[in-house]
Each structure stands twice: as structure tokens, then as C-alpha cells.
Design a protein around this ligand. Sequence first.
Ligand code: SF4
Length: 226
Amino acid sequence: MRLNIGGMTSFTTIDFPGHLAAVVFLQGCAWRCPYCHNPHLLKVDEAADDWEMLRAFLEPRRGFLDGVVLSGGEPLLQSGLAEAIASIKEMGFKVALHTAGANPQRLEQHLPMLDWVGFDVKTSFENYSQITGIAGSGDKVKESLALLLASGVDYEVRTTVDPNFFTIDSVLELAETLADLGVTHYALQECRAVEGHDVDRTSLSIDGVIREKMNMMFPDFTLRYN
Ligand code: SF4
């Protein structure tokens, strides 16, 4: 099966809530967000087949780990993903997916197999191309989000607050849009600078008034500091 692995974390307690899990970083993403922390994962390699490596990693961890998080890059680009998820579940692990929602059809195909989804919403759907560099990307994300919410699969929607793209008002406006769409589990995360992309956190504090309003808008709200 085509599965291209760019890296792994042996265990985490934060990437799949309530579970002790390994994280598998899958190679490839079509977007180019300026604050991407995994630029080495963006290139796609169609020929890679790393399933046996992953199977060998997971085999001795049966009974120790609860789950496996498929992260990226964008995991839904992997043509072998469904087969890999089925095999991981057969081994007794639960499976979580981290996705940016670029491909609604691929998300819809995989949703019934998933136990949890971490879903990025980068900015208002109209302004997406400012961050991803891809025209129309916000429409795809909106469609993916609707599919996720209708699926009944557990999830967290999260937004990385880059002060280069957000003001307090635009954070609140996005949150209102998401709450209106039916999002109940939401997280805001601080943005870290990466090489070639400075982040002046002093220009936008995501605590204080934002935390108060978010707690009123979402039954489950998390503020995540990096
Ligand atoms: S969608 Fe995620 S992996 Fe792709 S460029 Fe943006 S931050 Fe990086």
C-alpha cells in the first residue's frame, strides 16, 4: 500500500485526547502556509511504501498504546490510507486523523473508519488563499467541516492564531461563524515563528477577552500555548 512516512513520535498524550498514542507524520501537502512547522513534510513522493516499517513499529506496542494519530503534511493525500487505517485497527489500535480539510471527498471516504479528527480551520473561509496560497481552498474546507460535523465522529476544530493574519475582531468573527455552523469543540493555539516567518505575539494576545467570549460560545473550548 502507498504510505509515505516522514517521521514518527513514539507516544503522546495530547494529540489524541484521552489516549496514549503514537503519531505518524505522513509526507506531502499541496498547501504552503507560511507558518508551517513541518516544511520537510510538504514534498510528495508517489513511490514510497512505508507500511511494513509502521507495522514493525506498532507490533510490539500492542496493549501499551491505545491509538495511532495520522498527521502530516496532509494524510488524506496518501492513496494507501484506508488500507493502512483498516490494518492499524485490526491490530487493536484506535485511529485519529489530523487534517486541514483540503479534500472533502477523501475525508468523506475515510470518516467512517476514524475514532477522532483534529480539524484545522486556518482563517475565515473567504480569506483562505492568503494563508494557503491556493484559490478556493476555503470552500473545500467549509465542505469538509460540514461532512465532519454531520458524521458524528469525535473531533476538535482548531485555529492557529497568527497575528500576521488575525486581529482580535477577526478571531471572534471566525469563532462566531464556526459556532453558527455547529462546532462545539474548539481550540485556539498560539502561533510560533518559523524560519522566514516572524510572529509578534505581543501584537495579539489570545487570552483575556477572547478566552471569556470563547467559553460562552463553545461548550468545550481550549486555549493552547506553544
Ligand atoms: S496545511 Fe498544514 S502541512 Fe500543509 S502547509 Fe499548511 S500547515 Fe503545513
